[in-house]
Ligand binder design. Structure first.
Ligand code: AHN
Ligand code: ZN
Length: 346
């Protein structure tokens, strides 16, 4: 078979180089890299943490899918952008819509919009929470060959993470964040416009990432010049039933202390059966440019299914079955609960 394997191999090579350089650096002295908090840092469990409302998060997912597939340069895409920006505007101190142009795998230029909600813009200590809001133009993993050029609803792949973050935004408005803490919610566009599986080999280039175009743009041109955050958390596919969230491999390489903090908190909240203490696959996602280009230690909370017949992803991934009927409120609820605890206790 084709290049998914080849791509993984190159990714793996790059990553091994990266790990080797980290090991080399750390062997030159036992100092921790600058900015890495000591492991003794404890969450501030005395603060009150708002209750994440899973029904509300679900509604935010349903609203997105009701526009239809949010494929760049369609009416559904621009309508949904407008709705997201307006909604986020009700909750955040400021909203910035970042218009950008990017080049697709086929050389065609395309317009994208990253949508950013800023809470406590003056705070120095910041956390960035993100997800992608576009949906894939091709159901290229659909079991029915007749569907493989049809765009998907992306209820899980895209909308679920955005739904959780919109509910977090609503909670940040209802109960103000700690004074010292700023949060930026970044909704990336153009994550999922990589080549159709049938053409992946044709377009393969080890030096170009055709995915995560919105994140690649933002990571080089953040919404605030010179933007830095303490750390970042990306959500991807956080709405399926019976999920498993292992510690994704890049996340563990670039930002182990963030994964460890988040997974510890999830375990304390009783979610250990889902937030498994295992190392997951290497996933090229929006968090990779954030780590590599923006230098923000960022993790990916993503449902990975080692037993899946669809790569290592949930069975509905990149199929027409990735629709609202397959969204489980319980999953949205637990991810949101973990996120609110981590943020308010910071
Ligand atoms: C690729 O398959 C290149 N990346 C997996 C991340 C992804 C795709 N998330 C959603 N869609
Ligand atoms: Zn996808």
């Amino acid at each position: 078979m084709f290049t998914f394997a080849a791509e993984k191999k190159t990714e793996m090579k790059k990553f091994i180089l990266f790990i080797a350089s980290v090991l080399l650096l750390s062997s030159c002295g036992d100092k921790q890299p600058k900015g890495t908090p000591s492991t003794s840092e404890k969450p501030n469990k005395t603060v009150s943490v708002p209750n994440f409302n899973a029904d509300s998060a679900y509604q935010y997912v349903a609203c997105q899918t009701s526009f239809g597939p949010r494929v760049p340069e369609t009416q559904a895409h621009s309508d949904c952008a407008q709705w997201l920006a307006a909604k986020l505007g009700e909750y955040a101190d400021t909203v910035i819509v970042q218009d950008f142009r990017a080049k697709l795998y086929n050389g065609k230029g395309v317009e994208g919009q990253n949508i950013v909600g800023v809470f406590h813009p003056e705070a120095k200590k910041r956390i960035v929470l993100c997800a992608h809001w576009d949906s894939r133009p091709y159901a290229d993993h659909d079991p029915d060959a007749a569907n493989t050029h049809t765009p998907i609803d992306g209820a899980n792949d895209g909308a679920s993470g955005v739904g959780v973050l919109m509910e977090c935004a609503r909670q940040f408005k209802l109960q103000e964040l700690p004074e010292h803490l700023g949060v930026d919610i970044v909704l990336f566009d153009l994550e999922d416009y990589g080549p159709h599986i049938e053409e992946a080999e044709k377009y393969y280039d080890e030096d170009v990432n055709y995915w995560a175009l919105g994140s690649q743009y933002w990571s080089k041109h953040p919404h605030v010049y010179g933007y830095k955050a303490y750390y970042g958390i990306l959500l991807d596919m956080v709405g399926g039933s019976n999920p498993t969230f292992p510690k994704e491999y890049y996340s563990q390489g670039y930002a182990a202390w963030v994964s460890n903090k988040v997974w510890r908190r999830a375990a304390d909240l009783g979610y250990r059966p889902y937030f498994t203490n295992e190392l997951g696959a290497l996933i090229s996602d929006d968090h990779v440019p954030m780590n590599q280009n923006a230098g923000i230690p960022t993790i990916d909370i993503i449902d990975l299914q080692p037993e899946s017949s669809n790569e290592c992803f949930p069975e509905v991934w990149h199929t027409l079955n990735d629709n609202i009927d397959n969204i489980d409120k319980t999953t949205l609820g637990m991810v949101g609960d973990v996120l609110l605890h981590v943020v308010y206790e910071e």
